[in-house]
Write a protein that binds this ligand. Structure first.
Ligand code: BGC
Length: 452
């Protein structure tokens, strides 16, 4: 049954006038132009060039060609009443070697994007780091090398000084748990490293960079609204047994607490996950203080919930995520459970940290099979997904939680990392052979919702 767009009972105005509505993207996933105009090589350029790393060996050399089509895309945003656009800066477009010489053509590109957003009445929200580390820095150890703090500070200063006169909303890191966990422990994302010996220092250095980046932005951008983002998922025990409860507690500490608690001066959740005590090796005197920064907002990115069971076979944690496909629940193409209450529970959880000023949902969305038929994409599943999650945000807000914004992941279909182009998350369909954009039913609904 095709859904009626108007069945949704809420209006944007129900969230208050100050509430920010937007869309989220990331440089590597949309820009393409991978080696144009002096851009340096990032770890994702290298990772995707190697066979076997991505779905059907797909890469992002062209992606959505945002580099050349940014005007068309921003104009479409404007037509869709989207007032806030979150995108990331490509470190290697600005500093091709990670540090040192600034690439004027890279600065020019982001100048044009930012100026065009402002011309169209769209507020830019800029993420400094969305996973595309310069390869030159990875060759020196990347996130596992403590020098990353200096490199990152230099990069943050360059961004602040180049764009801080026009960009007021900033985010330091995108989902540090994902880039350290998938990139430095499991090896399924760039740079493909594995093991605790890579993961633990990468975590600690990311914690130091998240606070250091905040301080740099505070110092160099007058009147900035500064945040950083975290992936988070409600964690429930698979069975109601003591062992599964314990496993869920450990998974929760790793997936939801590992990066926020040191930022708030609470240190790492070592009591819940004893193996984290090995982090001591990388922690220098003064680091716990250095990890603290008072962000204006915390960006939460929620898609699903996880059920976790005890398992002897998982080293260190003894906890295992039970795949959604094995649980007979409704799933997205990523095999993520559709579970709207997860976003409500995560807002509640983070809201209970008294030191957090406000929360913005900086990503939420879903990949479903989209069929392009006679010029139309009727993506009812995505429409219902977005509406049901937005409803839960409203519920949290009604109950007094400080949640002040929502960004859909994502604007156009794009390159979904190791999954390639197969999972489509966009409000706008992209035919990657012609780069033609078609607004999906969900996009039409979002646009109408924002207008209303
Ligand atoms: C990331 C995005 C990604 C999305 C969907 C988030 O983890 O920030 O880059 O495309 O989730 O997987």
């Amino acid at each position: 049954m095709p859904a009626k767009q108007d069945q949704f009972e809420l209006q944007a105005a129900d969230f208050g006038e100050e509430f920010v509505w937007g869309v989220s993207t990331a440089a590597f996933q949309i820009e393409g132009a991978h080696n144009l105009h002096n851009k340096g090589t990032s770890i994702w350029d290298e990772f995707t060039a190697k066979k076997g790393n991505t779905y059907k060996d797909q890469h992002a050399e062209e992606a959505c060609d945002f580099y050349n089509r940014y005007k068309e895309d921003i104009l479409l945003m404007k037509r869709m009443n989207i007032g806030h656009f979150r995108f990331s800066l490509s470190w290697t477009r600005l500093l091709p070697n990670g540090t040192g010489e600034l690439n004027a053509l890279g600065v020019e590109f982001y100048d044009k994007v930012i100026d065009f957003c402002l011309e169209c009445g769209i507020e830019p929200w800029v993420t400094l780091y969305h996973w595309d580390l310069p390869l030159a820095l990875e060759k020196k150890g990347g996130w596992a090398n403590r020098k990353i703090v200096e490199w990152f500070e230099e990069y943050a200063r360059v961004c602040a000084n180049s764009f801080g006169d026009r960009v007021k909303n900033w985010m330091v890191l995108n989902e540090p748990m994902v880039f350290t966990g998938a990139g430095y422990f499991l090896g399924v994302h760039a740079p493909g490293k594995k093991g605790l010996g890579n993961f633990l220092p990468a975590v600690h250095h990311a914690v130091l960079c998240q606070a250091a980046g905040g301080r740099i932005l505070r110092k160099w951008v007058a009147g900035a609204n500064i945040g950083t983002t975290f992936s988070c998922s409600q964690i429930s025990p698979y069975r109601n047994t003591a062992k599964d409860h314990r496993a869920a507690e450990k998974a929760d500490a790793m997936l939801n607490r590992l990066f926020i608690e040191p930022l708030l001066g609470m240190g790492y959740p070592m009591d819940s996950v004893p193996v984290l005590k090995r982090m001591q090796e990388y922690i220098l005197p003064g680091d716990l203080e250095r990890s603290v920064f008072n962000f204006d907002f915390i960006g939460l990115q929620n898609y699903t919930r996880e059920k976790v069971k005890h398992s002897y076979f998982v080293p260190y944690l003894r906890a295992k995520i039970v795949k959604a496909s094995k649980r007979k629940v409704k799933t997205t193409l990523m095999d993520w459970e559709v579970y709207p209450a997860s976003i409500y529970n995560m807002i509640k959880k983070f809201n209970s940290y008294k030191a957090i000023g406000k929360i913005i949902i900086t990503e939420n969305g879903a990949a479903f099979e989209d069929v392009y038929r006679q010029g139309k994409i009727v993506d009812t599943d995505r429409l219902h997904y977005l509406q049901s999650y937005i409803r839960q945000i409203h519920r949290a807000k009604q109950e007094g939680c400080r949640v002040d914004g929502y960004f859909v992941w994502t604007f156009t279909d794009n390159f979904e990392w190791a999954e390639g182009y197969y999972p489509r998350f966009g409000l706008v369909y992209v035919d990657f052979s012609s780069q033609k954009r078609t607004v999906k039913l969900s996009g039409k609904w979002y646009s109408k919702f924002l207008k209303g």
